[in-house]
Design a protein around this ligand. Sequence first.
Ligand code: TPP
Ligand code: MG
Length: 818
Amino acid sequence: MPKSIFIDPKEIRKPQILKINDIPINQYKPDIKKEMKKYGEEKLLKIYYDMLIIREFESMLNAIKTQGSYEGIQYNHSGPAHLSIGQESSAVGQCVHLGIEDFIFGSHRSHGEVLAKCLSAIDQLDENKLLKMMKSYMDGACLKVVEKEHKGPIRSLAQDFVLYGVLAEIFGRANGFNKGLGGSMHVFFAPFGSMPNNAIVGGAADISVGAALFKRINQKPGTVICNIGDGSMGCGPVWEAIMLAAMDQYRTLWDKDLGGAPPILFNFFNNFYGMGGQTSGETMGYKILARVGAGVNPENLHVERVDGYNPLAVADAIERKKKILLKGNGPVLLDTITYRISGHSPSDASSYRSKEEISAWQEIDCIGGYGAYLKKNRMITSNEMDALKQEATLRITKALKLAVSLEISPRVKADFFETVMFSNRHEDRMEQRTPEILIPKKDNPRVKSLTHKYRFALDENGKTHPKVKVFSYRDALFEAMLYRFYEDPTMVAYGEENRDWGGAFAVYRGLTEALPYHRLFNTPISEGAIVGSGVGYALCGGRAVVELMYNDFIGRAGDELFNQVAKWQSMSAGLLTMPLTIRVSVGNKYGAQHSQDWTSLLAHIPGLKVMFPSTPYDAKGMLNLALHGTDPVVFFESQRLYDIGEYFVPSGVPEDYYEVPEGEPIIRKEGKDVTLLTIGAALYQGMEAAEELEKKYKVLAEVIDLRFINPLNYELIIESVKKTGKLVLVSDACERASFLHTIASNISQFIFDYLDGPAVVVGSRNWITPAAEMESSFFPQKEWIIDAIHERLYPLEGHQVTTDQSIAEQIRRNKFGI
Ligand SMILES: Cc1ncc(C[n+]2csc(CCOP(=O)(O)OP(=O)(O)O)c2C)c(N)n1
Ligand SMILES: [Mg+2]
């Protein structure tokens, strides 16, 4: 807690009654005169037309999915299609007051939202600019297809471009907006402000907050709308996102000139169902979703329930809420009521709702209702309506014809995936401007104190310098952070206890003095939102470093790591980059829930770079590397290592900038008899074992510190094992399914003929981590390594085992799942 905010017991303990402000529900009053004045006839008709286009698009997909044909065109689409028939007015109404700079993120049911946002952007853009954007998008691949078939104005061409780009994406084609790598549930078109859509219910929430943070912190125009369903109100990350968005500090502590809270609107398209679970009355207790806003802050999140069946009611709400957001007075919550006439997906038999209910909503259909309103006010005739419907059908038919053809719309080749898993770029700065820093580097108290420290751990006599005088692993991480903050104006770092506390383990001590609040801040204890907002920040083009105190808390950010951080570069076909570093710390001494090494879990996730330095030299060089790249990095650190100095590079940790080459393990001690490979802090047990092997048994172990889990160059390991013929692997991760087994298995396959015996894996026990005093029975010890070599690889002359590392014991443990 910052010292500037005083918690006064006298105030806090006073008896009071908390009053909650009223929450408006469906307060919009249609008034055609006012609406005409505000929008004009052309715009009011365009709203109708956009709704028709979306309805026809979704109806076409429904026909394709259920009957395999539409307007005589046959196609079998095996992928998903979550349709929004019935919800068109809420999507189109939302975009009426949105500019291109306003972003929308969405869910699995977002075809309509993408189309609505793109169609509205087309109306706003100058034709030349529009053409330029279409020409430059994927080198014009998508434009070329629709251009051939098109006559007429550029805006009309742009509509075809959007319909085809979205449909080709849904069908998984190379000309789709994300080259077919996103598909139905992830399609987006960033140039028009339609941002990634998420197949994970509620997944867009924290990402959207990150995008809004990016806008606020970097003074970008526009707002961010997070479109999610009513079902997502039950998702933890959605609540976490709301908490992060509603922090007081934006107004109490951040620089006033910045403009206040991040401009984020959580819009719930409330169709009253999450698949079949009825949210109001069955799976939730709020009765009216809007009520939730009352719990979050004194402004009730400016919450309202809006009639999403009237596009003009939605437009009105967005116009008013946008003003609040732009003034920095957000966040905002909207409960936009709507109804999906279509099933959750085309296979949905609607067994959870009555025919009467569906009919009742069909009777007040949002397109029919709005059409009748226009007709009543003499803006359109029945014939004109028919003509518009026909035009919509023709357009959709044209897009479908192009999208189903494998000749016109091929798929990417399988090896394309290889090229988009990582962006592999190096960017000194994500934007060209001067970083916001408060003091010159040399005036920083920590920088000053570091000048007095020994940058190599040992003195001339080989004795370790006193701890307080040694430049440590923690100091090394600090230097990498500081460097990048002074280079990259977009860089932010945040997480729990990141500011005044100095980072959970004092890595950031000294950063508080150097950086304004908005570049380094504390967050709620919301690991999901910490990581997820990092995703949103990064995919908008900013560099973020987020910290999870203990790697044991990764589970709290599980979806964010598995499905968001790791996947958005490739799901966007490389259109997005992810310069996001997630610092996590492997604990010890704190028992079962704070002392496990989770590297193996992360190793299994495609799309992540995973690093684990074990020396100060590497800590700095590897964090420099991570903070220079454009890929997501999970950066493991060890609490056992924060205090240690550099023991391996005699010239010490350089003061200047340097990077460790990516994916390259390093030899820590040369040897010829056995290769001893370690990950993370296990290096030090490995070194102890190597020394004893040499001293007692004349066995020269070659110790390799893996450093990188992914990507990983096996060459050095291969060379070493070719020389020694023997491989022992050690890490603090639990033995079962440890990443060590992957390396062991790969080496066995790559150079089987060179091996004298099986690769020997020594991991932690498959238990809970015990109390500090008993940790040596859990984490691999020097004795375990030597005993394992003796029992499983080759006998060491005169060796007496003190632990049971035998094969029989391995088999016994597995039998009991331990
Ligand atoms: C985290 C997660 N849980 C479950 C699902 C399966 N699922 C897909 S859509 C859906 C219902 C979502 O309801 P809601 O958020 O109201 O959106 P709607 O489908 O009504 O548009 C469910 C349970 C999922 N995709 N993600
Ligand atoms: Mg729903």
